[in-house]
Design a protein around this ligand. Sequence first.
Ligand SMILES: [Zn+2]
Length: 339
Amino acid sequence: MGTFKTSDIQITEGTVFIILDLEWNQPFPGKDYGIDVSTLRGEIIDIGAEKYIFTCGGLVHQGSFSMQVRPKVYRKLHYHVQKLTHKTNKEIKNGTPFEEAFPEYLSFCGDNYILVCWGNSDPDILKQNMKFFGFDENIDQPFFDLQPVFSRFAGERGQQRSVEFAVDYYNIPKDDTFHSAWADSHYTGLIFKAMFEHNKSQELLAVIGSSLRDPDIIKDFTFMSGETDELEKVYNMAFEFPQLCPFCNEKLTPKMKPFRIRKSVYALLECREHGDYFYRARIKKNKQSKYFAAAVMRFAAQSDYYLIADKAEEFKKFGVKGEPPKPKEEASETEETKL
Ligand SMILES: [Zn+2]
C-alpha cells in the first residue's frame, strides 16, 4: 500500500498503461444530502478507460472499458455537469451502481499498470468514491498527468490545454463529442500514442519517469515561515517561499505571480516536470504576538484553477484590500483556508 518509490519504476517492454477518464456529478451548493459533501466532492457517473502496452518504443492498443454509473447520492445532475457532458437524468439512472462497476474496471486494469489521466483531478475523485463505497481507498499504482507532458513536448509549456486541443495538434481524426468518459479516454489514449510517434521515445520516457507519482500519498505540502514583529517582513516571507518543487527540487516558475488579498497570498507555480502547483499562504499571529506565514501547496486541481482565477479577478478589481467582506463569504473563506 503506497510503498513503491516512483523513482524505482521502469517503463520496459510490456509495461501497461491505463488511460482513465471519469465524469462525475457534483452536489448542489447548500443542499442537504445527509453526508459530509467534502468527503465526496464528485460522484462518478461515467468511467472510460483504455489499455495500451509499451512495446518497441511505442504504444499498442489492447482494449477499452466504458461504463455508465448510476449515482446514489447526487442523483440529480448539476447544471454544470449537464452542460459539459450532455447527459440526462434519465440516462444516468440506467447506469450500473459503482459497487458493481468498480470491480469490473479493476479487473479490466489488471494487477500492474501505470495510470494516466488528462489533468490530476480524476485519481482524487476515484479515491473518494472508492472510500465512500467501502473499497480500499488506495489506487496502489503509479500515476502521471499527461497534460503537462503534452504541453512540454508540444512547446506549450505552462499552457493548460484541453484534450481536444491536443487531438488537433496531432491531426488525430475526430468523429465524436468530447466530455464523455469514453470519448475523452479514447482520445487521450490516441494523443499518448501519437506522442511516442512524434518524439524520441527515450526523451518521452525520461519525462514520464520523472512525472510519476504515488496517487495515494498526501499531496498537500505545508510550510511555516519564521517569526517576525514586522508585518511588512512577514508579507515578504509569504511571497518568497517555496522556491523549489518538493519532488525534484527544481526551481518553480510562477505561472500566476503571487498576489495578496488581505492576509492571504495566492500563486500558481509551475515545475516543468511535475506540472502546476496551487499555492496559498496565510499571515497569522502567534501567542507571543509575532507574525508568521503558514502556507499550503498542492497539485493544482480544477477547483484550484477556478479559485485562483476568482481571486485574481478580485485582486484586479479591489487590490490587496479585496472585496468588502460579506458575513457569509468570510465564513466560507475561513473554512477553505484551514491548514
Ligand atoms: Zn518537480
